[in-house]
Ligand binder design. Sequence first.
Ligand code: PGA
Length: 262
Amino acid sequence: MSKQRTKLVVGNWKMHGRLADNAVLLEAVAQGAGALPANVRVGVCVPSPYLAQTQALLDGSRVEWGVQDVSAYTHGAYTGEVAAPMALDFGSRLAIVGHSERRAYHRESAELVAVKTQRVLEAGLTPIVCVGETLEEREAGKTQQVVGVQLDTVLAKLSAQESARIIVAYEPIWAIGTGKSATAQQAQDVHAFLRARLAAKSAAAADVALLYGGSVKPDNAEELFRQPDIDGGLIGGASLKDKDFLAICKAAGAVGALSVKQ
Ligand code: PGA
């Protein structure tokens, strides 16, 4: 029997948006979020140069914000890197780590992702640790093995208490930006597996939020969010359109409210 958890919807803007578009989007999201039920938590992870703008426009709203990556170091001669404490200076509460685009294009290893997770926790932010398999790995029946190793490598570096402070996002690589979402059942099966893995680490970690990401849209969000182990979504493309993003947040609220009534 799954416990009732708050639903969480986080936008991952990736490398999109400029000052003028951001202002329109952030204002619309801040305003729309005000009308959402209390059981929905909303966040956006923006490109770092826009953190000050994001803070100025979201401060005092229901919407949290953060970054899409952090350095594995706190400071030093690491040209181009952004450290977790720097994100904190601009009011960030969230930091994505281990997104598949970082793992693939920047050759980030599971070990590096684990270190970044530690840096995020030390800075007092919440890491959203992404895991996911390629289509080839899924077709070879290796999904659990791949996401299991990705998660376990992170958990191995964390205390039981720290592991209860993370968020995990399952993002099958074949579903990201492809318009081809995992089915609700496929996603639920992996989430249940990840939940068991977290529970094996510590009782508190069993309750961390597990987000699904990969082509979440207004028309498939509710079915995904209705699954017992799916606590919300990490939203790429659809987070750039205020109406779509808010519709997804609303779907999360509707599902949360349904579960409370049951
Ligand atoms: P998508 O991206 O919603 O555009 O598929 C999700 C993500 O990569 O976080």
